[in-house]
Design a protein. Structure first.
Length: 380
């Protein structure tokens, strides 16, 4: 396996930043009680602004494929590599625009790339790391000289009132169950991507990909973040396609609402930290040698719990080495890791030889992914 490098980064964030006071204008108003819950959620996640691909009238000029395609076009505008040399495209998202075909086909159609090999990765946040590893392995194995990994989300389309009004989950006071309301005030839209090559860029800085580790713990946890299923009284999940007499019954039961079991999410924290400690024991992670820690987390309150656990375990990376954009760009799911990398690369704070540790915990059904990168090249 030959060394591989991230040689270009780019992002696509639709529209102007949306502040907290304007959120309800975009995702829509359900009731004063629901907005009070939203303010409580915002105090917990501390997100100040985000981007939405949806307009206040509920319309949009975007799709997930268009967001990712624009990020790929921006990559091609800035990368040294010619588009014709790129032989592989891996895409990541939580929910595609359509059930069929896969997202990678839609992104390819929007990207301006010639005929190419594809991979569509669909999970939640960790699908970004799946796409990155797929692209890196293709190049490392010599299958292709260059590849692209891109992640995109269009969550706001699922948060409009029409997805809740008239469903069994809507309560008499105009509120939703907490596991449905939480995500309305947490998730946002955007895309970002990376170019991976078999050599560093001729000019500027590149990131050598030293290793990537991704591990599922779905054998220990039930689904935590769900969409497309109806949850029964005992916690069982029925896929929308098998519920009732058809799509209308499933929609009325709330099958197409995004739900997050926050209590289950916090029960995953020790497992995520345990995976970190396993990689320390294996010699892949040296906390003292990490210069930049890019940890994706969905809320500031979750970060605080992560810090407490890591400090107690004696493996805490000092918070001054953490790099985050959550508070200004929100939680963009499968695009979050690539947004972090792009913003860090543009920060002007990197030097050759520095080491980056990326961490992506996923609450879908408990996945933990880490990656080690080293900065190479000329900082001038």
């Amino acid at each position: 396996m030959q060394p591989v490098y991230v040689t270009a980064t780019a992002q696509c964030l639709p529209g102007a930043p949306v502040g907290n006071d304007a959120m309800a204008d975009y995702i829509g108003r359900l009731s004063p009680e629901a907005e009070r819950f939203g303010r409580l959620t915002l105090r917990q996640n501390r997100i100040r602004s985000r981007h939405y691909a949806i307009r206040p009238d509920g319309g949009s000029d975007w799709t997930v494929a268009k967001l990712a395609g624009q990020a790929v076009r921006s990559l091609l505008d800035t990368a040294e590599v010619d588009a014709g040399r790129i032989g592989f495209l891996a895409t990541a998202t939580t929910q595609n625009d359509m059930l069929v075909p896969g997202l990678a086909s839609g992104v390819h159609a929007e990207s301006g790339l010639p005929p190419i090999e594809l991979a569509s990765l669909q999970s939640v946040c960790a699908s970004s790391m799946m796409a990155l590893k797929a692209a890196a392995l293709q190049v490392a194995a010599g299958e292709h000289r260059a590849a692209i990994a891109v992640g995109a989300e269009f969550s706001s389309r699922y948060f409009r009132p029409g997805h809740y009004l008239g469903t069994d989950t809507m309560q008499a006071d105009g509120t939703l169950p907490g596991d449905a309301e939480f995500l309305r005030w947490t998730l946002s839209d955007g895309a970002a991507g990376l170019v991976i090559e078999d050599r560093p860029a001729a000019h500027g800085l590149s990131l050598r990909i030293d290793w990537i580790s991704l591990r599922s713990f779905a054998d220990r946890f039930a689904p935590c973040m769900t969409g497309g299923a109806v949850r029964g009284a005992g916690g069982s999940l029925t896929p929308w396609s098998l519920y009732g007499e058809g799509v209308a019954d499933a929609a009325r039961a709330g099958a197409f609402q995004l739900r997050q079991d926050v209590d289950a999410l916090y029960r995953m924290l020790p497992v995520w930290l345990g995976e970190f400690m396993r990689l320390v024991d294996d010699g892949r992670i040296d906390p003292d040698a990490v210069d930049w820690f890019l940890c994706h987390f969905s809320a500031h309150s979750l970060r605080e719990e992560m810090v407490k656990l890591a400090t107690r375990a004696g493996c805490m990376i000092p918070e001054e080495r953490w790099f985050t954009n959550l508070y200004d760009k929100g939680n963009v799911g499968a695009a979050a890791l690539f947004l972090l990398i792009d913003d860090l690369m543009r920060s002007g704070r990197l030097e050759p030889g520095q080491r980056i540790l990326c961490a992506v915990p996923e609450s879908g059904q408990c996945i933990m992914a880490y990656a080690g990168l080293t900065i190479v090249g000329d900082s001038q």
